[in-house]
Ligand binder design. Sequence first.
Ligand code: GBH
Length: 473
Amino acid sequence: MPEPKTVAFPRDFLWGAATSAYQIEGAVAEGGRTPSIWDTFSHTPGKIAGGDTGDIAVDHYHRYRDDVALMARLGLKAYRFSVSWPRVQPGGRGPASQAGLDFYRGLVDELLAHGITPALTLYHWDLPQELEDAGGWPERETALRFAEYAQLVGEALGDRVRQWMTLNEPWCSAFLGYASGVHAPGRTDPRAALRAAHHLNLAHGLGAQALRSVLPAGARVGISLNSQVVRPLTQDPADLAAARRIDDLACGIFHGPMLHGAYPETLLEATRPVTDWNHVRSGDLAAIAQPLDLIGLNYYTPELVSSAATQPEGPRADGHGDSPYSPWPGSEDVVFHRTPGEQTDMGWTVDPDGLYELIMRYSREAPGVPLYITENGAAYPDKVDGDGRVHDPERIAYLHSHLSAVHRAVTDGADVRGYYLWSLMDNFEWAYGYGKRFGAVYVDYATLDRIPKSSAHWYGEAARTGRLPSVEA
Ligand code: GBH
């Protein structure tokens, strides 16, 4: 039989879009919210391109009703957002802020009223500054504080949210935040970064337990990982070993304790010059190994690596972001190469096969655990055309090829239940500020008007029909 022209997804596949609190909300001093590490970092000269901050962002805090109505008009079925910790628990300790919780209650009610399934992430990088002042993620105390915060949000929103993610991309929090320093809080201490990774794992485990103690039956708890797809440059044993070390630091350091109850031996060995891991206490690994009801995978581009011995010409800039400090403790010598092929505005190579490989890997390593693509998308320098519209054929092609990869994985037996495009709308792209546009919806930063790009209409049609429209659409 010939291949059908359009690919059909499972009937209950969730077609969504994702955002995060600091990247869209603004209103940083309203309703009792205290600063997060990203407020401090973005207000530190030299840290963010163009000196941009999230003070206003895209003003979603005041415009959320319109934003939800727009999602509904487009036909989206699900929305992944994050809760700002210092908005709902100012300072990161003590009682909840009712004003803060009311904002999220209002948002979720609005989503439900429009038939859009909410998926909530508790932590997308905006640690209350007070907790960083007390030591931040390198300190165990932060994980205990997180569990308390998780319980408080679970109690407030558990009656209306079924999908919960503890952390978004703990790799970024630990290694961009504390080793390469390109993310908040901007520290450059590899030992602190490895401690941070463990305490983020512990926060996940304790947070999942706290959530389960208050959520009604049927609620699902998981995590979103940016498990990089790491490929060796050649089959030379030195390159294979380099890829192995990077994979341990990118993936194994998180899913080892979460899925297999232990850190990979190879990781412990390779990081021994940096830390003796004596911050891992007895009982921690059991606490981290909570059963997962779902795993969220965030995917953008693969990593291509070699040993310095086989390719001595030195790392390309974007293995480290713009920092002279490496985000790979104990593996600073590994050389990062550009994967051949077309690139997005981030300089990230478009490689949908990487998404297929990632899904199949987690299907094998976490059999029986439903998978969601919790982020996937691309930045392009989109602009409003003479007709007042925004045409973004590159993004449509990106979405088409990556959703086709998801479909191929489902056909090959992977249990992928949904896909969240990154991002619903243009927003504060961390160290890059507003210069990089990931949205399916264009934001005019002078007026904050929203204009759906052609990709938003294309994706909305996929969401409404459960099939991928042709790329010419
Ligand atoms: C995601 O992270 C975030 O969750 C989201 O908030 C963000 O807006 C989106 O992607 C787009 O960037 O070694 O320093 O060169 C992105 C995950 C993984 C991207 C590591 C950069 C290499 C960093 N990142 N990757 S570096």
